[in-house]
Design a protein around this ligand. Sequence first.
Ligand SMILES: CCCCCCCCCCCCCCCCCCCC(=O)SCCNC(=O)CCNC(=O)[C@H](O)C(C)(C)COP(=O)(O)OP(=O)(O)OC[C@H]1O[C@@H](n2cnc3c(N)ncnc32)[C@H](O)[C@@H]1OP(=O)(O)O
Ligand SMILES: Cc1cc2nc3c(=O)[nH]c(=O)nc-3n(C[C@H](O)[C@H](O)[C@H](O)COP(=O)(O)OP(=O)(O)OC[C@H]3O[C@@H](n4cnc5c(N)ncnc54)[C@H](O)[C@@H]3O)c2cc1C
Length: 664
Amino acid sequence: MDGIDHLADERNKAQFDVDAMKIVWAGSRHAFEVSDRISKLVAADPGFRKDNRPMLGRNELFKNTLRKAAYAWKRIIELHLSEEEAAKLRFYVDEPAYTDLHWGMFVPAIKGQGTEEQQQKWLPLAYKMQIIGCYGQTELGHGSNVQGLETTATFDPQTDEFVIHSPTLTSSKWWPGGLGKVSTHGVIYARLITDGRDHGVHGFIVQLRSLEDHSPLPGITVGDIGMKFGNGAYNTMDNGVLRFDHVRIPRDQMLMRVSQVTREGKYMQSDVPRQLVYGTMVYVRQTIVADASCALSRAVCIATRYSAVRRQFGSQDGGPESQVIDYKTQQNRLFPLLASAYAFRFVGEWLKWLYTDVTQRLQTNDFSTLPEAHACTAGLKSVTTTATADGIEECRKLCGGHGYLCTSGLPELFAVYVPACTYEGDNIVLLLQVARFLMKTVSQLGSGKKPVGTTSYMGQIEHLMQCRSNVQRAEDWLKPSAILEAFESRAARMSVACAQNLTKFTNPEEGFAELSADLVEAAVAHCQLIIVSKFIEKLLQDIPGKGVREQLEALCNIYALFLLHKHQGDFLSTGCITAKQASLANDQLRSLYSQVRPNAIALVDAFNYTDHFLGSILGCYDGNVYPKLYEAAWKDPLNDSVVPEGYHEYIRPLLKQNLRTARL
Ligand SMILES: CCCCCCCCCCCCCCCCCCCC(=O)SCCNC(=O)CCNC(=O)[C@H](O)C(C)(C)COP(=O)(O)OP(=O)(O)OC[C@H]1O[C@@H](n2cnc3c(N)ncnc32)[C@H](O)[C@@H]1OP(=O)(O)O
Ligand SMILES: Cc1cc2nc3c(=O)[nH]c(=O)nc-3n(C[C@H](O)[C@H](O)[C@H](O)COP(=O)(O)OP(=O)(O)OC[C@H]3O[C@@H](n4cnc5c(N)ncnc54)[C@H](O)[C@@H]3O)c2cc1C
């Protein structure tokens, strides 16, 4: 606007090489270059404008999303973008659309659960978008309890077909994204019934709409489920409702990698575990963890830049007031979120590696690491999305009143992000899955079976049950070994306490239900340990760039000590640390805030977000907030006329009536 960088002084304070940190954040130089190029391409293209979203009505908003999705696809083809580049384009376009479910769930479901033959038939059509698919699992009556789904797929040996049917209102499919108005096909989950026997839930490819005129096929009732939380936000997505009235599909449209139905109607299971039917969810949960760091870093970037611009109180001799970022209370709320964004980035990287490893093993029929992959994706999805949703709202509050304006970008970011705590598995339900995994691990400790992977710390259970932290000075908390021991012993003791309490119940399921709140806390402790330890492992790698390692060490320590402070009840009640040590951790935390303070703006610059992507006046790169806020206000449609519409109908009569009353 005025061409001046109002944050230049802040940028000059940085004690590290920001460009090198950008590469660490992106994951590699190549990833940085792709991300940088595609983000600029999207930002420069008026076809991807998004600032008007909160003002649009649903129909207009949705049509605009359809236009953008088609335009994005056109650009992907024209520019010959690779899959990696296309995925980045989707990310920077920053608008939930049916394509997310097509590429993110429909295609992976066919890849993971379809036979070679089925993949060869369906994937080329899906890759060219000649068919568009959704993931139809959840029903009006059942979401979390997948085994409770009611839709049926009954094999008819006469015709070699399955009959897909919604027997009750509650069996209506409800929520699938892309289903409401767009999808031509869906991977639909239904109870497989052959010869009167129920074999549980399986996936089927079902055509929903005509490829000629888009009308629903006979027997199919389909539509959108209605407006969701917030303006704009997730309302660009057509989450749908769907009912089947005895819809027939050929037998070969059952996804048959895990189990098969023969021409004669015989049900057969491969030697792959039935849990692979849930494989698409494992894949998406892993992507959601990586996405958490993106959403949180975006909110933190806005709040950090604005906190450096915003001044309140503390003016001396007529000088400027204090930057709000210098208040310790602001730092105590903001810097742990900054540290969390980095922590989630690195754990997301690691989880991607774990997922790739499991997928490779599955291809060679090695299923041994599947339970851990399930527990890690479920638990980390839960912990990172909860912290991110809460963190975005905290960032809004950190921006004071202006954070409540749509032009801050934060209300829409919150509204679009918060369903991540529910979709792809309710966060509490997922933590209970982690708890089951932990209880199994604890129960096997005496059996000689060595715990591996993320539970390998349980291998030193005797030590972890009795060790006492040897921290004596605040600086001792900077030692990774001190942090790891505290987090490992807290997690181990909480799990063991739950396992011991469970033995008091004769019926283990009853005990599990009764103790579920404690079990969820144990699962959180375990997941937080994973995040802390993966951050520490990241620091063991070669990290080039002046001062970059030092900044990451400070952020890692902030993340760990902030958690220790927040959950000190756990650490104290399990006897892992003393009250004095908890207090020393807090002293160290304050000193780390002072260390990060001069680097704060550079640490958020390292995310390399364009102003277009941030979509926030408060977070704009040049920090020139006030003129932009002032100018944007005048662009609001309410200011199109000086006297508002409705004045003659509703304001003037009131004023006139008051005049008459006053005269009386
Ligand atoms: C050209 C390119 C363009 C590029 C564009 C790119 C765009 C990409 C964008 C991608 C982003 C994608 C965005 C997606 C947006 C999200 C949309 C949201 C979609 C959804 O919400 S889909 C619906 C999700 N639903 C759920 O998550 C339901 C939650 N419930 C469950 O998962 C299960 O029912 C639950 C809770 C696990 C219980 O199941 P149940 O069978 O009753 O289980 P048990 O407890 O009895 O367990 C049995 C046994 O199985 C193990 N188990 C359970 N789940 C799994 C699993 N997933 N994997 C492996 N194992 C599993 C469990 O541990 C038990 O094991 P035991 O050994 O103990 O027997
Ligand atoms: C924006 C959005 C997009 C979605 N997209 C899709 C999609 O594309 N495809 C699809 O199939 N589905 C989709 N879903 C559905 C989503 O996967 C489910 O909503 C989710 O799995 C949660 O299930 P539920 O709604 O049945 O919640 P419920 O299970 O009914 O949860 C209600 C409450 O009960 C609690 N609860 C449930 N079970 C237990 C338990 N065993 N122990 C303790 N507490 C429990 C939960 O913690 C929660 O507090 C989407 C949902 C949303 C919000």
